[in-house]
Ligand binder design. Structure first.
Ligand code: COA
Ligand code: ZN
Length: 314
């Protein structure tokens, strides 16, 4: 029987946004094992890796091998981060479904993270879009620091809309509003998401939150109330941005799925299966992960009452 619950599309980013920040190199075999396990969990999309310079991001220097060796589930879109034309060519040779392009709405953050002005980034990404056009590969633009910059502070909503307009003008039909350093708050998210959808009803929007200040879950519900139905999240809550002071913790996939399912949404995710994959992470990355659910279990996990409880009142 078809579900009458509202569908929320979950997009996993741990193997790109998470692994790129790990000091310890995750073996190619292990990356493939994690991605293949995630492919069976019900995600709409998985951001597999990134085709950046291996000098800039050595953690993902095995991008081609990973893309070629994963077992692709036809129900899942496989996306990769592409910074420039060289990256686009490498990614296209691996049969990707989508290229994810990134720039910051904040001039200062763009210079710090990508070492270019925003205009230089836009010019480069324009070339990437044209290198990809003509293939069947979709293009998504991720706008970093859409909800605030750790160096500039508040970002004007008009600026975010202006960059959306410019990418829409290139024919880009998918966009992600990223809260790169966890500065977003619910009423801001609601307003930004509603305006973006109103101005670009043809665009498919994703929201990408970080839990730096424990607001990712609240921001998710606020975004849904403004009509958003796609979210990035990271297994175990790993990842962050190496170029953003104080940034930590992507929104945690299992924590988000647990909340959304309780709230009556259909995420399509097999939560017990997902928790099994998440439990592999500490062993692979060599440290604990921020996931709350991995520590506490789901709310249906019951604990034995202490023996004395039965005797009280006798
Ligand atoms: N794939 C492989 N190699 C690449 C590459 C790509 N996509 N882009 C550049 N390179 C190589 C060049 O061949 C060159 O190699 P060489 O030194 O052996 O000649 C070197 O990287 C520098 O090339 P250049 O064109 O000067 O690029 P850059 O140094 O300005 O780097 C980026 C540009 C964007 C590719 C690089 O800064 C980068 O990948 N940054 C990571 C950004 C990121 O992913 N941040 C986190 C996500 S928010
Ligand atoms: Zn992130």
């Amino acid at each position: 029987m078809p579900s009458s619950r509202q569908r929320i599309y979950m997009q996993e980013v741990a193997t790109r946004d998470g692994f790129q920040n790990e000091a310890q190199f995750i073996e190619t075999e292990d990356k493939i094992r994690v991605i293949d396990a995630l492919s069976a969990c019900g995600f709409a999309k998985i951001e597999v890796t990134s085709f950046t310079s291996p000098k800039a991001i050595p953690a993902l220097r095995d991008a081609e091998e990973v893309m070629h060796r994963i077992t692709r589930n036809p129900g899942v879109e496989y996306t990769v981060l592409v910074p420039n034309v060289r990256g686009a060519e490498r990614a296209l040779s691996c049969g990707i479904d989508e290229a994810n392009l990134v720039m910051s709405v904040s001039e200062t953050h763009n210079r710090s993270n990508l070492r270019m002005t925003r205009e230089q980034s836009f010019a480069q990404l324009t070339q990437v879009v044209s290198a990809i056009s003509g293939s069947h590969v979709a293009v998504n633009i991720s706008l970093s620091t859409s909800f605030g910059c750790p160096m500039e502070g508040d970002i004007d909503e008009d600026e975010v809309m202006r960059w959306l307009d410019r990418f829409a003008g290139l024919g880009v039909a998918r966009a992600t509003l990223c809260d790169t350093t966890g500065m977003a708050y619910p009423s801001q998210v609601r307003a930004m998401a509603a305006r973006a959808r109103r101005l670009h009803p043809e665009m498919v929007f994703t929201l990408h939150f970080h839990n730096t200040r424990s607001m990712a879950q609240a921001n998710t519900l606020a975004a849904i109330s403004a009509g958003i139905d796609r979210f990035d999240a990271s297994l175990g809550g790993i990842g962050g941005c190496p170029y953003a002071p104080g940034a930590s913790g992507n929104a945690c996939t299992e924590d988000m799925v647990h909340m959304l399912e309780l709230e009556g949404y259909d995420t399509g995710i097999d939560l017990p299966g997902l928790l099994e994959v998440s439990a592999l992470l500490p062993g692979l990355i060599g440290h604990d992960v921020p996931s709350q659910l991995l520590k506490a279990g789901t709310r249906s996990r019951l604990h034995p009452a202490p023996a004395y409880a039965a005797d009280i009142g006798r």
